[in-house]
Design a protein around this ligand. Structure first.
Ligand SMILES: Cc1cc2nc3c(=O)[nH]c(=O)nc-3n(C[C@H](O)[C@H](O)[C@H](O)COP(=O)(O)O)c2cc1C
Length: 357
C-alpha cells in the first residue's frame, strides 16, 4: 500500500474517531505521538529514509525540499524532531503571542470531510513567546530551517500591537531562521486591520529595524508577512509596496478565508460555524493570490504558497505560479505524511528549482 493510502485507510479513521465529538482531541493526540516519536532513537534514521532531497535556496536559507509545515499545527514547537522525521523541508511554529493565552472557548475546530476542509477559530491558543524561547533554547539542531510565526496577544489593544510583536521577535530572534508576521488570522479581533497600508508600514518598519538591530551589523534574519486570501488586488498591491519599502524578505500566501464558497452540500451546515476555512475550497484562491503577488512584484519577492494543497499537483501549480516554497496544513490532516514525500518527489522530478532566488 502506498504511504497516502496507508494513512487514509488505516491511521486516519482511528485518529478521526478519537474523542469522537471534538477534532481538537485528535490534533493533540497526533502532536503528543509525534513528540514521543521524535524523541525515539530511530527518528533521525527515518528522516534519512523518507525525506526527499529537492533543495533550494530562498531568502538566503537553504531548504532541503520545498514542503513546509504551515503555522498553527505545532503552535508551541513541541514536536520538532517528529516533523523532521516525517521529511518536512521546513517547519513554521506558532503563531505565538507575547502573552500566553488560552484561545477561544471549545469547540473551535470543525471537520468538513466531504469538502476536504476545516473551519477553525482557535484564537492563538499558545504558551507565549517566552515559553517557546525556553523550549527552543534547549532543543536539538534541526536538519531544516525553522520559521517562527508571531501574532498579537488578544489582551493587547491594536494601538499597542507594534510593541507586542516587537517583544516576541526580540525574545525569539536567536532561535528562528525566519520570522512570519501574522496579520491575517480571522480569529483575533482587529488583527486583519494590521494589513492596512499605514499600520502595516509602521509594524513591518519596526520589526525589520528590530531584526537589523538584533543582527548587530550582520545580515538580519528574514522577516516575512502572511496575508489573508480575502484581500482584494488593490490591497495586496499595497502590501507588496510596503514589503519593498521595508525590506521584507517575502510573503506567505495565504491564511484561512472567511468566504464559504465551494463547500459540498453535506458540509453547508457546518460551514455556518464562525472561523477561517482551509483546505480544498481555498485551493483556487490561494493559487490566484500567489500568481498575483508574483506578477505584481515582478518576481522579486519570494513567496511561500499555502492554502488548499491536497495533492502534489496542487503544489506544482503553486510553484509554477511563482512560489519558491509551499506549506501544508489541512491537506496533511486528510492526506497524512505521504503528501510531504509526494510533493517533494514531484518537485524534484520537475528538475531545477524555478523558485530559487
Ligand atoms: C486549526 C488551524 C490552526 C491554524 N493556526 C494558524 C496560526 O496560528 N497561524 C497562522 O499563520 N496560520 C494558522 N492557520 C492557517 C494555516 O497555516 C494555513 O495558512 C491555512 O490553513 C491554509 O492552508 P491549508 O489549506 O493547507 O490548511 C491555521 C489553520 C488551521 C486549520
Amino acid at each position: 500500500m502506498e504511504g497516502v493510502q496507508l494513512y487514509s485507510r488505516l491511521l486516519r479513521p482511528v485518529l478521526f474517531r478519537l474523542g469522537s465529538g471534538d477534532p481538537e482531541v485528535a490534533h493533540h493526540r497526533t502532536i503528543d505521538a509525534l513528540r514521543l516519536f521524535g524523541a525515539a532513537p530511530g527518528a533521525s534514521t527515518l528522516r534519512g529514509l523518507v525525506a526527499v532531497d529537492a533543495p533550494r535556496t530562498v531568502f538566503g536559507l537553504r531548504f532541503p525540499n520545498p514542503v513546509g509545515l504551515a503555522a498553527g499545527m505545532d503552535k508551541n514547537g513541541v514536536a520538532l524532531p517528529g516533523w523532521a522525521a516525517l521529511g518536512f523541508g521546513h517547519v513554521e511554529v506558532g503563531t505565538v503571542t507575547w502573552h500566553p493565552q488560552p484561545g477561544n472557548p471549545k469547540p473551535r475546530l470543525y471537520r468538513l470531510p466531504a469538502s476536504g476542509a476545516l473551519i477553525n477559530r482557535m484564537g492563538f491558543n499558545n504558551d507565549g513567546a517566552r515559553a517557546l524561547a525556553a523550549r527552543l533554547r534547549t532543543a536539538a539542531r534541526l536538519p531544516m530551517p525553522l520559521g517562527i510565526s508571531i501574532g498579537k496577544s488578544k489582551i493587547t489593544p491594536v494601538a499597542d500591537a507594534v510593541a507586542d510583536y516587537r517583544s516576541s521577535l526580540a525574545e525569539l530572534y536567536p532561535y528562528g531562521d525566519y520570522f512570519a508576521v501574522n496579520v491575517s488570522s480571522p480569529n483575533t479581533p482587529g488583527l486583519r486591520g494590521l494589513q492596512d497600508r499605514g499600520l502595516l508600514d509602521e509594524l513591518l518598519g519596526e520589526l525589520t529595524r528590530e531584526a537589523a538591530r538584533l543582527a548587530y551589523g550582520g545580515t538580519p534574519k528574514p522577516v516575512l508577512v502572511k496575508i489573508a486570501p480575502d484581500l482584494d488586488d488593490a490591497a495586496i498591491g499595497e502590501v507588496i509596496e510596503v514589503c519593498a519599502a521595508r525590506s521584507v524578505a517575502g510573503i506567505i500566501a495565504t491564511n484561512t478565508t472567511l468566504a464559504r464558497d465551494g463547500l459540498a452540500p453535506e458540509d453547508v451546515a457546518t460551514g455556518a460555524q464562525a472561523g477561517g476555512l482551509s483546505g480544498r475550497p481555498l485551493t483556487r484562491r490561494a493559487l490566484d493570490v500567489v500568481a498575483f503577488v508574483h506578477r505584481e512584484s515582478a518576481g522579486r519577492l519570494p513567496i511561500i504558497g499555502v492554502g488548499g494543497i491536497a495533492a502534489p499537483e496542487d503544489a506544482l501549480r503553486m510553484l509554477d505560479a511563482g512560489a519558491s516554497l509551499v506549506q501544508v496544513y489541512t491537506g496533511f490532516i486528510y492526506g497524512g505524511p505521504g503528501l510531504v514525500r509526494g510533493i517533494s518527489r514531484a518537485a524534484r522530478a520537475t528538475g531545477a528549482a524555478p523558485g530559487d532566488r
